[in-house]
Design a protein around this ligand. Sequence first.
Ligand code: HEM
Length: 405
Amino acid sequence: MTFDFSSFSFSNSQLFTDPYPIYHELREREPVHRSTMYGGSWILFSYEHAATLLRDSRLTNNRANLPVLALRPEQRAEFTDFVAFLRTWFAFHEGDSYVLRRAAMDGVFRILTRSLITEVVQDSVDTLLSRWDGRAKMDLVADFARPLPAMVFTRLLGAPESDYAQLDHWADDIAYLFAASDITVEDVRRGWASAQALMSYLETLAAEMVKFPERSLLGTMLARQEPGFSFTVADACAQCVLMMFAGLEPSRHLIGSAILALQQFPDQRELLRENPRLWPAAVEEFLRFDPPVQYIGRLAAESFTYHGHRIEKGQPVLPFVGSANRDPGQFPEPDVLDVRRRPKHLAMGEGLHRCLGAGLVRVQTGIALRSLLDRFPELEVCADPEPVWHSYAGFRGLKSLTVAV
Ligand code: HEM
């Protein structure tokens, strides 16, 4: 049976507020599902299928053209330069070229020691929370979860912190192209314009920075002159655009969803209050329970048959992390938040392309949530106005979450 997940999802706001009952039903009915998303793709709903195919070399991550796939061929022609730009992102390279670039990026990330991340995150957290003094109600997203990752990353990049809102805004326009599956020409135009603005900003920053490369991601990339691989200025800036697109939005969503989850499971909040050493494990459970990246995109590099389904070369294959992380075959009582679970989830990916920023996210989220709840132990999510979710399927996260403190 072919189930039209795309048309079902967009006519049903439940997919955005609480997709998990839908995933449970679809996983039972069709763990490997043919959908109309991206003009015809395969969705993997079970943990086993998602984890297995994320490691399968017959799938490629060379998906620079994903944002334009849903456009008509004559519309795509306008975005040749944009797709060429996206192809410079290391994550979309293949084979040895990918391995070389990923190793170089892992090397650059070594400057992000735990103590550096902690210092920068704590400072930004304190700045944001000090603005809460004297106020009874706040929007947790606008007043904390959204600015925090942007402030932190802007500083780690080596840019002035005061530019964070502009960088965040540009990054969002690009992220949208990978989060929604019903992209319009206007969306792509906006995304490309923001990518160009971001590149121009970063190239100016790079020109000022070559002399001061210390303790910043961009400066470290520019200073890196090793046998095998060095970054050109344009290359280094393009990887920064990739990191902002990939990192900012999911990081903010994780904080918002975690606070909502703790409201739904007060016993878990109590456990964390009694035993703060559980915080690192809790962050893993938040990632499993409500993953900000709901599905990962791959393309079939060759035609092959998988569990009786013929997957044709070029077709998108989407391991659905959101569904895999709630698979009862992998996680007992998957709809229960249990901060002692220590789950082997897929929220940060699996295999070669696992998240580059995972270490940063783990430290940042733990400090952010713990500082917030230590400072405002009475914090409660308000029923009115209700939490508002973003309405696209790729990234899952709150647009606003009103809290009283
Ligand atoms: C809660 C926050 C985050 C989540 C849930 C998340 C999730 C993911 C996932 C699922 C992947 C795998 C994609 C794939 O297999 O194609 C990934 C890759 C990646 N992430 Fe993250 N991420 C987060 C934060 C960040 C941050 C803060 C950064 C940057 C500093 C970042 C940079 C990247 C990059 C560059 C890749 C591509 C890695 C590659 O292809 O080798 N992410 N992330």
